[in-house]
Design a protein around this ligand. Structure first.
Ligand code: N01
Length: 539
């Protein structure tokens, strides 16, 4: 099928990033089309509809700041809202800003090819349709490429199979069902307590235990939203100066959570326990040496184990729930009643470290010690993070070079926004940008604003192309890896995380995110722009 449209920009994805990008492009007079594989807007919040799905930041921070009137019109009902409320917010945004007319739903982008002659991108959809645009902007998110669990016999199971990251729109009735959940990352930890309340029995198959602590979520009190609305300007200003663009995590002030003056290795055992009594679940992570010294980290893990023992009645289950990798290596999780769930009569923990998974049969799950019959398996097995969403599209730049081929040894990017050899391609929250280590809404706004300013600069100066230089790309890639090394537990040999790509067989172990914080990152991006886009060639 022939090319049917010419546009300034094609944006891939209609989540937080794509919606903001579309608004900004239109506002500055650029023609744009968003291609979205879902039937509606929402991105992460469209796909991850599993029971218990909820944001871990406070709603007033995890929401758009780019139009202050939106903040004043929308009312949140909880401190950390659940998926339906966030999806409703994004649907409201799409309607309120009249975005849907430029979004094509049920359209998956399978390929994008740079044409040297026309200096345009040709984007191909799963329907075989082709669209041309000067710029290709990916707003595909960091956690949107589902990871298929490589478990023997997975296709043989005759019962119901659910995936947290592609959860059915119609929901699922667990009532009376014998259920297995495989995976205890953020998704599993959120889903398990809710499923346990409905299911007849629940077996939790855990390969790695989670570090998780109570979210302390609550409904907003009467009048609280009005107070928050009055505070928005101050909240936004403070967010911009915060390392992660986040003031509060799990109902706790981030500044207080991560203290700098207390060292666990210089705290006597009885004092550590006293701190635990006083401060509870937040205590182990607040010592300044925990993220930088592996012995300190082990001591914090021991305190954490003590908290689990105090919560979970069965000693064997409590011991199995203690993580065996450094605290801070994986994404910190907050939960609602996770450990308490293991005190329920209908819930059983299967520790795959002690009793490895053999495979899935027609009727259930087999481990070395036996077979568990179930009606339903819920896979909460995660994503090919950060690079996966881009690798799954055939993106071909100069000379027909495939993007993912250049990333076999880890991604190379300039600012996580651009790639040498791929002119006029911008990657919102791309590899080696702050993305998931920042408030994602703030991160997509910062990228979307930077990209729009760049396009306006090009229009003003009549440039047709912009491309990162290999030197700038190499410098940024090296810098990002050096900054990541400054937090040793994140890259420690005993740490395997999706930040490092270690959850994907064969994926190069490289830290995929810029860890230097949003203020430093924003300053660098601004400096690049004000210097006339240093590190880029404009032509
Ligand atoms: O995925 P995960 P997720 N056999 O990769 C296990 C965000 N998020 O969807 O660790 C058995 O964290 C795997 O075990 P292991 C957040 O950034 C946020 O839960 O590889 N088990 C692990 O336990 C989060 O970090 C929220 O040993 C297998 C689990 O599956 C990110 O999304 C909510 C297995 C996967 O955990 C991803 O979270 C939800 C196998 N073959 C998600 N394969 C909020 O709170 C994998 N596992 C905002």
């Amino acid at each position: 099928m022939d090319t049917d449209e010419r546009l300034d920009a094609i944006v891939v994805g209609a989540g937080f990033g794509g919606l903001h990008m579309l608004y900004r492009l239109r506002e500055r007079g650029f023609s744009a089309r968003v291609l979205e594989m879902g039937t509606g807007v929402g991105g992460t919040w469209y796909w991850n509809r599993y029971p218990g799905s909820r944001v871990d930041l406070e709603s007033v921070e995890y929401s758009y700041s780019f139009l202050p009137e939106l903040e004043q019109e929308w009312n949140w009902t909880e401190l950390m809202p659940a998926q339906p409320e966030i999806l409703a917010y994004l649907e409201w945004i799409a309607d309120r800003l009249d975005l849907r007319r430029d979004i094509r739903f049920s359209t998956r982008v399978v390929a994008a090819t740079w044409n040297e002659q026309t200096a345009t991108w040709t984007v191909e959809t799963d329907a075989g349709e082709k669209l041309d645009a000067r710029f290709l902007i990916t707003a595909t998110g960091c956690l949107s490429a589902p990871l298929e669990p490589a478990i023997a016999g997975v296709a043989d199971f005759a019962g119901d199979v659910l995936h947290t990251n592609r959860y059915p729109k119609a929901g699922y009735d667990f009532e009376g069902k014998r259920v297995a959940v495989i995976g205890t990352g953020s998704s599993g930890v959120q889903a398990i307590p809710v499923i346990a309340e409905e299911a007849a029995t629940l077996h939790v198959f855990q390969r790695s235990a989670a570090y998780t602590r109570p979210a302390n979520n609550r409904p907003l009190r009467a009048g609280e939203m009005e107070e928050l609305k009055a505070e928005y300007p101050e909240i936004r200003a403070r967010q911009r100066t915060s390392h992660s663009g986040t003031l509060r995590f799990g109902a706790f002030a981030v500044d207080e959570l991560y203290r700098t003056d207390r060292l666990i290795l210089q705290t006597a055992e009885e004092d550590r326990l006293r701190i635990l009594d006083d401060e509870g679940w937040t205590a182990p992570g607040t010592f300044a040496d925990v993220m930088v010294d592996i012995d300190a980290n082990r001591a914090a893990n021991e305190l954490y184990a003590e908290l689990i023992r105090r919560t979970v009645s069965d000693p064997r289950t409590a011991a199995a729930l203690v993580p065996q990798y450094p605290m801070g290596c994986k994404r910190p999780i907050i939960d609602t009643g996770y450990y308490e769930t293991f005190n329920r009569e209908n819930v059983t923990l299967v520790d795959l470290r002690a009793d490895p998974l053999v495979g899935i049969t027609a009727t259930g799950i087999e481990t070395e010690s036996g077979h568990v019959e179930v009606d339903t398996i819920v896979f909460a097995t995660g994503f090919d993070a950060i690079t996966g969403p881009l690798d799954r599209i055939e993106i071909r730049g100069r000379g027909g070079r495939l993007l993912r081929d250049g990333w076999v040894d880890g991604p190379h990017t300039y600012l996580g926004l651009a790639v040498a050899g791929f002119p006029n391609l911008f990657t919102i929250t791309g590899p080696l940008s702050p993305s998931v280590l920042a408030n994602m809404v703030m991160a997509v706004e910062q990228h979307g604003d930077w990209i729009t300013d760049c396009l306006a600069h090009m229009r003003e100066h009549e440039y047709l192309t912009i491309e990162a230089t290999p030197e700038a790309e190499e410098e940024w890639t090296r810098h990002t890896l050096e900054v990541a090394e400054t937090v040793p537990v994140r890259v420690h040999e005993s740490c395997g995380s999706w930040y490092l790509g270690s959850n994907v067989p064969g994926k190069k172990r490289v830290y995929l995110v810029y860890t230097g914080g949003m203020p430093a990152y924003r300053a660098r991006c601004d400096e690049v722009a004000s210097g006339g886009y240093t590190g880029f060639v404009l032509g």
